[in-house]
Design a protein around this ligand. Structure first.
Ligand SMILES: *[C@@H]1O[C@H](CO)[C@@H](O)[C@H](O)[C@H]1NC(C)=O
Ligand SMILES: *[C@@H]1O[C@H](CO)[C@@H](O)[C@H](O)[C@H]1NC(C)=O
Ligand SMILES: *[C@@H]1O[C@H](CO)[C@@H](O)[C@H](O)[C@H]1NC(C)=O
Ligand SMILES: *[C@@H]1O[C@H](CO)[C@@H](O)[C@H](O)[C@H]1NC(C)=O
Ligand SMILES: *[C@@H]1O[C@H](CO)[C@@H](O)[C@H](O)[C@H]1NC(C)=O
Ligand SMILES: *[C@@H]1O[C@H](CO)[C@@H](O)[C@H](O)[C@H]1NC(C)=O
Length: 355
């Protein structure tokens, strides 16, 4: 029902660059509105078991630290036997966010090291039909963040995209092309990944999911604009400068290739990307699983996200949050109030009649 309203309103409001805050994940309640995968990585063949919410909390794979930030990590305490997988975390937001949304992720540390494959990304309910937006992704000891889209055939990265990066890995976003590498753009800034990211105090990733195109900005801590430093209730993306990556709608019709997105954090090990022998050998010695996953647990001391907040903004005039299962739907809430008011009005008339 709400989806229908959102779609209708896409037509009745012109979408600009002004947004208002609509969803926040931060502090003690950070983990409340996410689903934990609770299964082996049967999605990318990684050598991990994604923990349930209760086991992740109990084993401190997902918790709020003393600074009030969300930690999501790979198990760095267990020595494994041949054949076993390492415990890790994959969470996806209960809510979905429609075209006309911006998500802002403020992080202090991202996972890195040989065999790790972390990502902060989003995906529609049906893939690849509804598209995938990767805001942050890296593997092994690679130096920089890569941002990509994965879609149905027909969506490409445009040569004249308004973006600062000149490192364009692949232009075809089709998930069936180039072994599903997507259309990726790398951030030239070394502080966008790995140890340099953490040394610089982390930074803020901004993803704009607009009808006019998809854009990603990255600001290293010392260059985070003041509009993103506090819990601003509004955001104007036209003040952020040139994005590092941009996919204009001209060569990838956003409304056609993208459906409402669920946000995801995950850390897998080896698997289809990090574990590919040619990819692995580029930045790491030895064998991904045998030498690293089965190796000393301290190999994973740096394999964690430390997230201060994730905030979602909706274009002015739109409510782009589609409240998911497990959460009290605001739409249902409104119907409930309509019901209560209706009953009160009914009672009023009844009383009038009786009295
Ligand atoms: C992964 O496993 C879960 C639970 O067994 C199952 O529901 C899901 O369909 C599987 N996904 C894939 C891609 O095989
Ligand atoms: C970018 O290229 C497309 C064709 O691929 C063209 O339609 C569009 O006008 C160009 N935009 C700019 C800003 O040059
Ligand atoms: C980024 O790191 C690479 C490899 O370590 C190095 O060659 C390059 O100079 C660095 N770039 C900047 C801007 O520091
Ligand atoms: C890259 O990150 C450094 C370190 O935080 C920052 O000072 C610099 O401005 C960034 N460079 C670009 C091109 O964004
Ligand atoms: C951030 O602002 C929103 C209102 O826009 C408010 O609901 C929320 O509690 C604030 N969060 C923090 C951590 O202050
Ligand atoms: C796991 O790594 C964290 C740093 O991320 C460290 O504080 C902790 O001591 C490590 N655990 C063990 C058992 O070494």
């Amino acid at each position: 029902m709400k989806q229908v309203l959102v779609t209708l309103c896409m037509v009745c409001f012109s979408v600009g660059t002004s947004y208002h805050a609509s969803k926040e994940f931060s502090g003690k309640t950070f983990f409340d509105d996410w689903l934990f995968y609770d299964d082996v990585d049967n999605l990318t063949n990684g050598m991990v078991v994604f923990a349930s919410a209760s086991s992740a909390a109990k084993t401190k794979l997902a918790y709020i630290n003393s600074a009030g930030n969300a930690i999501m990590r790979v198990d760095n305490t267990t020595t494994l036997k041949l054949g076993q997988k390492r415990n890790s975390v994959r969470i996806s937001s209960k809510d979905r966010f429609a075209v006309g949304s911006v998500w802002v992720a403020d992080m202090l540390h991202v996972p890195f090291g040989c065999s790790t494959w972390p990502a902060f990304w989003s995906q529609a309910e049906v893939w690849p039909e509804g598209g995938e937006i990767d805001t942050f992704e890296g593997v092994n000891q690679i130096g920089q963040n890569t941002m990509s889209l994965h879609t149905e055939p027909g969506c490409t990265h445009q040569a004249n995209a308004t973006q600062s990066s000149t490192i364009i890995n692949t232009i075809d976003c089709d998930s069936r092309a180039n072994a599903n590498s997507g259309c990726g753009v790398a951030d030239p800034n070394n502080s966008s990944y790995g140890a340099p990211f953490a040394r610089a105090g982390g930074g803020v990733f901004v993803t704009e999911f607009a009808e006019t195109g998809i854009s990603v900005w990255f600001f290293s801590r010392q260059s985070v604009p003041s509009t993103l430093q506090n819990n601003a209730s509004t955001l104007d993306t036209s003040t952020l400068g040139l994005p590092v990556a941009n996919w204009p709608t001209a060569s990838c019709a956003i409304n056609q290739y993208f459906a409402p997105q669920r946000l995801i954090f995950d850390i897998t090990l080896c698997g289809d990307f990090a574990g590919q022998s040619s990819v692995f050998a580029k930045t790491c010695p030895g064998l991904c699983y045998e030498d690293w996953v089965l190796g000393p647990p301290s190999n994973f001391d740096d394999a964690y996200f430390e997230v201060q907040s994730v905030r979602v903004y909706s274009a002015d005039g739109l409510d782009t949050v589609i409240v998911g299962s497990g959460a009290f739907s605001r739409w249902t809430g409104r119907l409930w109030w309509v019901g209560v008011v209706g009953v009160l009005i009914g009672m009023h008339f009844d009383f009038g009649h009786v009295v």
